[in-house]
Design a protein around this ligand. Structure first.
Ligand code: C2E
Ligand code: MG
Ligand code: MG
Length: 435
């Protein structure tokens, strides 16, 4: 009943959808195939108009620093809002724009809108948000991406420390040589380069060896079945441990519950992002939020200070208990450890691991001692403040012991960083009772 040429076209469209999928040997042309091509045609026909009409905008999702719980930065995520079709998610247009080599038009427009928003914040007297922008590796072949983003940044006069560049790891394979050069150029200009979706591609480990990334965004697939599947805990811990040794920061994406978040803090994963904290917000929402954020937002002048503290590897001590590692990794890091901050005469506990909680619970005859309770104990505060003064500015760790009411605790303390405040890592090496 159909025209022969039209029928052959349909068959070819169905065949193309099989692509490189080796599991499929045939595909029948039907409404599903039709829908894929319709949405593809819609993107190809309407993309440039939508960009000009302002239908495509970045939304912003916060990234949290595990250590402080404050917002370190925001990720800009493209949203296409069509007047008729409603919101079109990136999954429906990014890959088509990559295939047709138009993705740089999107990436640069998002980058422009990000800089524009940062400039408007500055003019309104709001804090300038640090924003990470997704750049497709396909862009490297389509234009001089470094020159293009520099042109935009200079136009809006935004210092590069407020911008981070995310490069999707799964596509890196396609452009290895340019990427090395581009990373070097961007570093010289003061940008940080983040590897997005680490672990989802084919050659993650090679990428780490070959490219100089500042941060790994660990793919959210690792968090699937998090509670039941302790294997993901082992894998994430190993990635964080390895990254720390390589001097690369880590961020875990897709955090949806408190237990995932607590685990990541415990193992020293520096940043977290996901629906537990917030979904992405519109530009106006972001501006309103910045007006009210206050303490929730990390002060950019302290970012280096916190990053320096965050370099300490809480997984590096070789005395892990292997026995129970599988069931509750993170809670079994054997070395009781805390990161304490001296702020004038008061002490903040930035980090407090399970081993230390257990040790203190024993010390208090089975009563768990929280960091808050500990901080309220004046004699402990006095002891710690004295030790902090002793080791501040030194590269060597110091030892000291604390005795009170039959309790004997030995600590080793090492200075980590200072800026207005000072931070120290503190390992409790032994404790016992003397009746
Ligand atoms: P991505 O860069 O890895 O972004 C993270 C994605 O995970 C976002 O999806 C975000 O909305 C989603 N997400 C965030 N928190 C959670 C969570 O707790 N649970 C779950 N299940 N998902 C969460 P989105 O916005 O749909 O973006 C998808 C991908 O599209 C991005 O992945 C990125 O690769 C690409 N993309 C987005 N905007 C741009 C852009 O401007 N340029 C380029 N080249 N790619 C972009
Ligand atoms: Mg991203
Ligand atoms: Mg990602």
């Amino acid at each position: 009943k159909e025209d022969v040429i039209a029928t052959v076209d349909m068959a070819r469209r169905a065949m193309r959808l099989i692509g490189s999928d080796r599991q499929r040997v045939y595909c029948v042309y039907g409404p599903e195939v039709q829908a894929v091509y319709d949405s593809r045609d819609f993107v190809l026909i309407n993309f440039k108009r939508a960009l000009d009409d302002g239908d495509i905008k970045p939304f912003f999702q916060p990234v949290i620093r595990s250590l402080t719980g404050q917002i370190h930065s925001f990720e800009a995520l493209a949203r296409w809002n069509d007047p008729d079709r409603g919101t079109i998610p990136p999954s429906q247009f990014i890959s088509i724009l990559e295939e047709t080599r138009q993705i740089h038009l999107l990436d640069l427009e998002i980058f422009r809108q990000v800089c524009q928003l940062q400039q408007s914040c500055q003019r309104m007297g709001l804090p300038i948000p640090v924003i990470s922008v997704n750049i497709s590796p396909v862009d490297f072949n389509s234009c001089d991406i470094v020159a293009e983003i520099e042109k935009i940044r200079n136009q809006y006069q935004i210092p590069s420390k407020y911008l981070k560049i995310e490069v999707l790891e799964s596509v890196i394979v396609s452009a290895p040589d340019q990427l090395k050069e581009i990373i070097a150029q961007l570093h010289d200009l003061g940008y940080e380069i983040w590897m997005d979706d680490f672990g989802s591609g084919y050659s993650s480990m090679n990428n780490l060896k070959d490219f100089d990334f500042d941060l790994l965004k660990i793919d959210m697939a690792f968090l699937e079945n998090f509670t039941e599947n302790s294997q993901s805990k082992i894998i994430i811990s190993e990635i964080v441990d390895m990254a720390k040794r390589l001097g690369i920061e880590t961020l875990c994406e897709g955090i949806e519950n408190r237990s995932q978040s607590d685990f990541l803090k415990e193992i020293g994963c520096q940043y977290q992002q996901g629906y537990l904290f917030a979904a992405s917000m519109e530009p106006d929402e972001l501006r309103n939020f910045l007006g009210e954020a206050g303490q929730q937002l990390e002060n950019v002048s302290l970012s280096d200070y916190y990053s320096q503290i965050d370099r300490v590897n809480v997984l590096s001590n070789p005395t892990h208990s292997l026995a129970e590692q599988n069931s509750s990794l993170g809670e079994n890091i054997d070395v009781p450890m805390a990161i304490v901050e001296k702020d004038g005469c008061s002490i903040n506990y930035l980090y407090f691991n399970h081993a230390l909680k257990r040790l203190l619970a024993i010390a208090e005859n089975g009563q768990a001692v929280s960091a808050e309770n500990l901080a309220k104990t004046p004699s402990v505060d006095k002891f710690l403040l004295e030790q902090m003064d002793r080791c501040q500015g030194k590269s060597q760790a110091i030892s000291a012991s604390y005795e009170e009411g039959g309790l004997h605790v030995k600590i080793r303390m090492r200075w980590l960083a200072s800026q207005e405040k000072s931070s120290f890592v503190c390992i409790v090496t032994s404790e016992h009772y003397q009746e």
